[in-house]
Design a protein around this ligand. Sequence first.
Ligand code: GLN
Length: 453
Amino acid sequence: YSSVEITQALLSRIEQLDPVYNSFITVTPEQALAQAKAADELRAAGQAGIWTGVPMAHKDIFCTNGVLTTCGSRMLGNFVAPYDATVVSNFNAAGAVCLGKTNLDEFAMGSSNESSFYGAVKNPWDLERVPGGSSGGSAAAVAARLVPGATATDTGGSIRQPAALCGITGIKPTYGRVSRWGMIAYASSLDQGGVMTRTSEDAAMMLNVMAGFDPKDSTCVDRAVPDYTATLNDSIEGLTIGLPKEYFSADLDPAMAQQVRAAVAEFEKMGAKVKEISLPNTHLAIPVYYVIAPSECSANLSRMDGVRFGHRVADPKDINDLYKRSRSEGFGAEVKRRIMVGTYALSAGFYDAYYLKAQQVRRLIKNDFVEAFKEVDVIMGPVTPTPAFRAGEKTSDPVSMYLEDIFTIALNLAGLPGMSIPCGTVNNLPVGLQLIGNYFEEGRLLNLGHKFQ
Ligand code: GLN
C-alpha cells in the first residue's frame, strides 16, 4: 500500500470510531495527506527511510506549527503555536505522517482522562471504564488501532498507567533523554516525553526518532543515542530482576499480583534471576510528588494570564479583573486545585516546610533506587493497583485518584526510565507489568519487553 492509502484508511477509521472513544482533540486530514503524498514521492525516488510515510499522532501537549495545541484546556482553546516542538520536528524530519493531536487530562493533570475540557476518553476494552491518564488519548488511539504509535508524556505515570489500563506498551525514558522544548510544561523537573505503541519493537523505533540532545532544553542530556532496535534480541541470561516488596503490598489487587508474578516467572525461564529488594521510602513518593508537581505547575501556569497566552475574558474592567476572570474561566477544577496547593507550598514561610522538605525526601527516594541498582539490573512490579476503574468512580475524591499513581511516581522523582508492557488480563481487563531501569537503560527495558512479547 502507498502511504496515502494507509493514511486514508486510518483517517476513515478515526472518523468512524473516534466519536465513541474521543481519543483525538484535533484530526488533521489535510496535513496528513500532504505528508503522505510527499512520503510516497520519496519512496518512488528511492529515498525512503524507515519512517517515511509511517502514520502516528502527537499528544496535544506538544506544540505543532499551524495546528491547534490545547493541552486539554479551555485556556488554550485557541492556541496555535508558531513553531514545532523538537519531538514534532524530529518526526517530521524522519518523514512520519501525523494524523492529529490526542486527548489528555487538562495540562496533563490526572489519571483517568476525565479532566479534559474536550471530554473524557473511553477505554476501548470497556467503554464504561477510563483509559487512564494523562496520556489516555494516545493510549486509547493505539489500543483501538486508530494509529500504530503516538507520543505521550510522563510526569508521574502518565505514559505507563494509561498503557497498562489499555493493554499496550509505553516507555518513559530517563529524564533528559528526550527534549522538552515545545512540550507544554506541567512540572519541569519531572516531565519527560516518551512513546506508546503496541510492541516494544515499535517503541524502540519511535524512541530512535525522539531521543537525543537538544540545545534548546537545558536539562536535555548530551549523550549519544544508541540504536534501540539493535539490542531487542539480546540474551537476558544471568540478568538480576529486583522485586520491591513495597510494590506487592496490600494496595495491590491479588489477581493483579498473580499476573505480575507469572510474567516475572517467564523471565526466569529465559535465564534471569529474581531477588526480593526493598525501596523503603516508597510510601513517601505520593506526598512528595503532590507537593513538588503542584508547586512547579503553579509557576509554569502563571504565564496563562489572558495577556501573553490563553483564554481572555471579553469585557475586563481592569488588569486584575482580566487576570482573575480569564484564569477562573480558562482553568478546570483540578488545575485550580493544584495551582492553589502549589502557590501555598511555595509561599514565604511555608517554602522550607513543604517544597524544600519535599526536595530532601525526594533525594531519599532516589537513593533507594541507587542502592537497589547496586544489587539488581532491572526492577519489576505492577503499574497500577487495580485494572481500569469505572468512569466517575474517583472524580469526586482527588486523593483516591492520586493513589492510582502509587507504583509509578517514585521513578519520576528519581528521573529513571520506566516501561509498561501488557502481561495478561484480570476480568477481561488488561494488566501492565512495570520495568524500571537504571539511568539511560532504555535499551535494556525494550529488550526485556521484546523478549516477553
Ligand atoms: N496522575 C499524575 C498527576 O495527575 C501524573 C500525571 C502525569 O504524569 N502527567 O499528576
